[in-house]
Structure formats: C-alpha cells, structure tokens
Design a protein around this ligand. Structure first.
Ligand SMILES: [Zn+2]
Length: 443
C-alpha cells in the first residue's frame, strides 16, 4: 500500500542536441539534471517542422495529411524508419549512462525520467515554462488547491486554464454521426498537397518517452506502489505542462508492452504524445456524450460505470476510488476500462485519495493480465483524457485508462484483419463476460 503522501522532486535539463530531459526523483538533492550529456549529437536543423513539411517527402520532419474519406489526420513520419530497433541489452538507450556507455539518460541512475523522443512523430511544440518548478533541485512548493481538500503531490493542478489555440477546432463536440469533426482551420492550410480541399500541415506537437525504472529487466507490474505513484505524478505533470503549450489539443499517455505489440525497446517505458488535434476516438466519445446529454439522459461516463457496477457481471476489480470492468462491447480479447469513482476530465484533476488508490488497483490489474496465461501478456495501456480547450469536454468527459491485450490464447494473437482494418467492424472471439470472469479468477 502506498498510503502516505509522497513527494516527487522534478528537475529538467537538456540533452546534447537540445531536447529536454526531466527527472522525477523520489528523494531530493540528487543533481541528476545537471549531469551533462557528453554525446556528440547534432541539434535538429530547426526547432519546429517547416511549414513546407506537408508538401512532400521530407525525411527530416513529420507532416499531417488529411484523409478526406474518413475526416481524420494521418501523421506521416518517414524519418522514424531509422529509429533504434530492439537493440541488445548492452546497447539499450534507456539505461542510465555509465563510463564508456553513454545513453539517452546522462545520469548514473534515475527513478522516473521523461525526455523528448529522438525520433518523434510530432515535434516543435514549445511548452511554456512551468511555474511550479522555479529551478533545478527545488522541491515542489505544494501550494494547496482550494478545490481539492487533499492536494496532490507535485503541483496545484488548475483545470485547463487556457483558451483554445488558434488552431483549435470548434468547442462544439461532434455529432455522433461524424467520425472526426476536426476540420482544419484556414491557418492549417499551408501546403499545396490538398485532399478534399484540405491541405496538409506540419506535424507540430510533442513526443516524449517515460522511463519507469532504471532496471532494464523490470516491467511495470513489478514496480513498487511508490514507483507507480511517481509515474502517475509524472503523467499528471506532463499533462498539465503539455496541454498548456500552444498548438497542443490533447495529451495522451500510454505504454506499449511486448514485442507482439510492436515495442522497439525492451526497457520498461511508455510514451506521451501532445497531439495538435483531438484524436478520432476522443472526438467520437465526446460526440456520444453530447448526444446523451442533449437527450437529458445525464452523463454518459457516469452512467456507464454505474451500469457496470449494477450489473456486476463484467467487473474485474474495485476499490473505494476506482472501478475496473470489461466493457460490454469489448473489441479486444482482453480489455479493461478503469474509471475513478469521482469523475475528472484528466489526470491532473485526480485528488490525493484517487492517486493513492490507483497504485494498488493498477498493479493488481497488470498482475491479473500476466497471470491469465502464466506468461507476460502483451498489452497497451492508454489514458483517455479530455482535450484541453474544449469546455464541454472539461465539464463532461470522464478520464479513464483502457488496458487491452491482443493475446486471445497461449500462442494466439488477435490481428486487425479484414473486417477491422478494411471496414472498421470489430469481431471479438471472447465473450466479454467470460473475459471478466477469467480476469477475476486470475487475481
Ligand atoms: Zn535498458
């Protein structure tokens, strides 16, 4: 149990090529951010993608192309083809540096560390200085937030203060019939490569890597509750910082685990994306929630959780502050949604009690996953958060974690084949109620 409030010390520095690195330490005075990166890395040619990026095949900068048939943006990031791919342990770029073996993390050790991805799909968004961290090695001031009786560890978490950026879509949530309403603004039309009257645009945003532990051979499920709490504080902090950055509409924290999922580095880590648009899945969920509210039926997220609790057949685990269940229309062989009992739009708004309780229930769920077949389960853990500049979303969206696995049996994986990839129609081979029962028994 992580039942005591914990402190996390945040400090940031720069890597040799100018990328930001942020340490989230579990004790003060370690000086990790001041350790220089001694690698001879060249700085990127420009701080942000060129406006011409979307015009054609630029291998250095990612670009956004508009899919006129689906109304969705596609990120073209050809420069990622050359990224590090499953290096041997002794060449892992996420282990701490040691003499003669310089990595992405200059310090000799770390607890949790976040840095800008060297091979980003989105780049160029510049977060504003974080007023909560006046300087390196300074513990968080922990100014109480009057809205939360028990303030969280790293920072007073103001809810989405900024107005939508000039590139922001309409604050109106989409209609449920419109798969993606993120119609680009005129400012976005910077290149001649038009599809359906919409020009491509530079893929401005932010991609960060989150290392959960310096232990190369660990996994998230093996972390201590204390470390999970530090990771949670890092996710919340990065959400606050990135969603305030000009041009970023939605912050997405996630972990891919397992070669079957497509990880290219074995070291336990996750990623954070700052998207310059609202993602299609979130837009659709908001559209559904808006239609639900317009029909005077209440809040869709609240009612979904209440319905699952009442039914009970798909509940996997619960504690006072969180509920985990297999959704009735689960798409994946094993899929869990984890909702806080007190609905909040995003991670920074979780109160202290919810943060404490998350550590235990999330570790419990991950261990159930690995116990299902007696072997490490490949999974994706995806945080669904409200877009920063959408007033309806800030008021009505329900933060939740989606935990999914592509394994349907030992030796068998779920592939997105003809119906899923071609038509977007999902076929699940496992009854969600049976999946929930198996996950309950795996605890
Ligand atoms: Zn490693």
């Amino acid at each position: 149990m992580c039942t005591v409030r914990v402190l996390v010390w945040k400090s940031s520095g720069r890597l040799a090529d100018g990328r930001e690195i942020i340490y989230f330490d579990e004790s003060p005075g370690l000086g990790r951010a001041s350790v220089p990166d001694q690698r001879p890395l060249a700085a990127p040619a420009a701080g942000a993608p060129s406006p011409d990026t979307a015009r054609g095949p630029d291998l250095q900068s990612p670009g956004l192309r508009w899919d006129a048939l689906t109304g969705e943006w596609v990120v073209i990031a050809a420069q990622r083809q050359d990224r590090t791919f499953l290096p041997p342990t002794q060449e892992c770029p996420l282990c701490p540096s040691r003499p003669g073996r310089l990595t992405e993390i200059p310090a000799a050790d770390y607890d949790v560390v976040v840095f800008e991805n060297r091979f980003p799909s989105l780049r160029g968004a510049v977060p504003t200085p974080d007023p909560r961290t006046p300087g390196p090695r300074t513990p968080d001031p922990r100014t109480p937030d009057p809205r939360t009786p028990d303030p969280p560890t790293l920072a007073p978490q103001a809810p989405s203060p900024q107005a939508p950026s000039p590139q922001a879509p309409s604050p109106q949530a989409p209609s449920p019939q419109a798969p993606s309403p993120q119609a680009p603004s005129p400012q976005a039309q910077v290149g001649p490569l038009e599809t359906g009257g919409v020009a491509g645009r530079p893929a401005i945003g932010r991609c960060e890597v989150v290392c959960f532990t310096a232990d190369h051979n660990a996994s998230f499920a093996q972390l201590s509750p204390r470390r999970v709490r530090t990771v949670l504080e890092a996710w919340a902090d990065r959400t606050t910082v990135l969603q305030a950055a000009p041009g970023i509409e939605q912050v997405y924290c996630f972990e891919n685990r397992g070669e079957e999922i497509g990880v290219t580095l074995h070291h336990p880590h996750g990623q954070i994306y700052g998207f310059p648009f609202v993602t299609p899945r979130t837009a659709r969920a908001l559209g559904q929630a808006q239609a639900y509210a317009a029909a005077r039926r209440g809040n869709l997220f609240d009612d979904m959780v209440a319905g699952e609790v009442a039914a009970g057949t798909r509940i996997v685990a619960r504690n006072e502050h969180w509920t985990a269940f297999v959704p009735a229309a689960a798409r994946w062989p094993f899929e869990i949604l984890l909702f806080p009992a007190r609905r909040v739009p995003a991670l920074p708004e979780l109160d202290e009690a919810a943060r404490v309780a998350f550590c235990d229930i999330y570790l419990d769920l991950l261990r159930r996953f690995d116990a299902l077949f007696g072997l490490p389960l490949p999974y994706i853990a995806a945080w669904h958060q409200a877009p920063a500049g959408d007033a309806f979303a800030r008021r009505e969206f329900g933060l939740h974690l989606q935990l999914i696995s592509i394994r349907r049996a030992p030796g068998k994986l779920k592939y997105l084949a003809g119906t899923e990839s071609g038509m977007g129609v999902w076929i699940n081979d496992i009854l969600p109620e049976e999946a929930a029962s198996s996950l309950r028994e795996a605890g």
